[in-house]
Design a protein around this ligand. Structure first.
Ligand code: HEM
Length: 90
């Protein structure tokens, strides 16, 4: 069905860094993905993908493989959209 997207602040993104049992979230072009289930399948290795955990991974991603269609691959893993701390309060 249609996923319901939550609004994610920079501090929430930073918190979900994949360490200490927390999920690994990463944002790409303003959308937030739960990359946890994809970690073991990443062709570049789990460690490389973890470098983007809890962060905006757009720059790293584009440096390595701009041709990869992440919308297609991670569509099922969308969590929400990035908002500023101020926007989250309104
Ligand atoms: C390779 C997907 C994030 C580093 C690949 C490949 C795919 C992929 C499909 C194979 C590409 C090909 O052979 O043409 C993804 C997805 C990501 C992601 C869906 C987002 C969730 C990242 C990040 C980094 C990274 C953030 C770096 C910090 C690499 C490297 C390879 C690779 C180094 C090359 C492996 C090799 O051929 O030796 N990734 N990737 N990836 N990825 Fe990612």
């Amino acid at each position: 069905g249609v996923p319901s997207l939550i609004r994610v602040t920079p501090s929430q993104l930073k918190y979900n860094n994949g360490r200490k049992e927390k999920p690994a979230w990463s944002s790409y072009q303003g959308k937030v993905y739960n990359i946890t289930p994809y970690l073991p399948f990443h062709p570049g290795g789990e460690g490389e993908l973890r470098r983007a955990a809890g962060k905006d991974g757009t720059k790293l991603f584009m440096e390595v493989h701009p041709w990869v269609n992440w919308e297609n691959m991670l569509g099922e893993c969308v969590v929400g959209v990035m908002v500023s701390e101020e926007q989250a309060q309104s």
